[in-house]
Unconditional design. Structure first.
Length: 86
């Protein structure tokens, strides 16, 4: 394509990205609600690790210190909670 032919395509692509799409917004909202319900059903020990590492972006070491656990325990719980959520 020549630059003249490519320009309208790029403009359309930019508009598609910036234009809100109700279906995808609704799907994302429903997925978020489902994920929240799944997190709520997790055992407390796993939920704490998930919230600190996954949501709070704490390191394994920081999470271990906060929860007063061994780092290996935090790693194991984080691995398991991800498997449970899948």
């Amino acid at each position: 394509m020549s630059p003249e032919q490519l320009e309208p395509v790029l403009e359309l692509a930019a508009m598609m990205k910036s234009t809100p799409r109700p279906n995808s917004d609704l799907a994302n909202a429903l997925l978020g609600q489902l994920l929240e319900r799944c997190i709520d059903t997790l055992p407390h020990a796993f939920r704490c690790v998930l919230m600190l590492c996954g949501v709070g972006q704490c390191s394994i070491r920081e999470t271990a210190e906060i929860l007063e656990l061994e780092e290996t325990t935090v790693k194991t719980r984080y691995f398991r909670v991800n498997a449970l959520l899948q």
